[in-house]
Design a protein around this ligand. Structure first.
Ligand code: PBG
Length: 327
């Protein structure tokens, strides 16, 4: 026998030496849900282990993240009032705008990303202006530009549009540049599929469409080549980072984008993926810690440079040898 692959798997030193991919806290962006009110840290029922924070308690969480070496967050806001045009999304004193200012006041070095979308803010729950039984693309762009600018003025580092309207990257880039915010990067949810994996998030963010679905703007999960088309347009329009979402079932898409583009690729390890691992662990069916690492590494292997994940803190603890499995 000439070939014996087992020679390079004999012990952990050899395995580490030939390991092709690495994972680090530098890869992570941690999602946080911010709510109105005071003194709140409330657990999110559909996403065990995740919490709603009011702005005044947000920095408790940031402090813990920084302690674990995680220096990047993405913010989602839950306003008290929703309306047809999602006006709280671009209010100067909206919940996300205040959250950005609060974090930056105490933790300048923390990288703050904001999700730019309307679905958490509109009464109908769609990601844009709803008129004549459809989401109007070009009217939505105007609002997305306003949201992005309001986040920029609050001090955000990266804008992440997740609405899937056509032309939004170029529109937002232009809106930011015109106001002197040319240093703010855009991480585009370029390839966002219409997915059942967002279920727990929509429950958490109270952002489920009140009628219809998002299939006229989010991508059909049967398509792979269309992902290249969407990403190409975003890159042409000035995206700095492109994202694939969800992650686990779409690693083929990540792999194909990696071979085609030379800018950083992010994946969003979404709420349904998180919930599946959590629930299976709770049922005693899998080892949670091992499952977390295996899934995160699979994303790196496929080509992800950046991972947005609710598991960021768990993974950081695992890597530090401080993880406690509560199941
Ligand atoms: C907003 C948005 C969604 C998610 C991130 N930004 C929900 C959706 O598109 O319905 C999902 C995140 C997750 O499931 O963890 N449009």
């Amino acid at each position: 026998m000439i070939h014996r692959g087992r020679r390079l798997r004999r012990n952990s030193v050899i395995r580490s030496m030939v390991r092709e991919n690495s994972l680090s806290v530098d890869d992570f962006i941690y999602p946080i849900f911010v709510v109105e009110g005071k003194g709140k840290k409330e657990s999110i029922p559909s996403m065990e282990g995740q919490f709603y924070y009011s702005v005044d308690r947000l920095n408790e969480e940031i402090k813990e993240l920084v302690h674990l070496g995680i220096n990047s967050v993405i913010l989602f806001g839950l306003p008290d009032k929703k309306d047809e045009l999602g006006s709280e999304a671009y209010a100067e004193n909206g919940v996300v705008q205040r959250a950005v200012r609060e974090i930056k006041k105490e933790f300048k070095q923390v990288l703050v990303v904001t999700d730019v979308c309307l679905c958490e803010y509109t009464s109908h729950g769609h990601c844009g202006v709803y008129e004549n039984n459809e989401v109007d693309n070009d009217k939505t762009l105007e609002l997305l530009g306003k949201i992005a600018l309001s986040h920029a003025k609050a001090g955000v580092d990266i804008i992440a549009p997740s609405d899937m309207m056509d032309g939004r990257v170029g529109f937002i880039r232009n809106a930011l540049d015109k106001q002197g915010f040319e240093d703010i990067a855009i991480m585009s949810y370029s390839v966002k599929f219409s997915s059942a994996f967002y279920g727990p998030f929509r429950d958490a963010a109270k952002s489920c469409p009140q009628f219809g679905d998002r299939k006229t703007y989010q991508m059909d999960f049967c398509n792979g080549r269309e992902a290249i088309k969407e990403a190409t347009w975003d890159v042409e329009e000035g995206a700095d980072i492109i994202m694939v979402k969800p992650a686990m079932s779409y690693l083929d898409v990540v792999y194909s984008l990696k071979g085609k583009f030379n800018l950083p690729i992010a994946v969003y390890n979404v709420s349904g993926e998180y919930a599946m691992v959590k629930m299976a662990a709770k049922a005693g069916l899998i080892d949670e810690g091992k499952m977390i690492m295996e899934t995160l590494y699979s994303m790196k292997r496929a080509g992800a440079d950046i991972i947005i994940t609710y598991f960021a803190k768990d993974a950081a603890r695992i890597m530090r040898g401080e993880y406690i499995d509560n199941n």
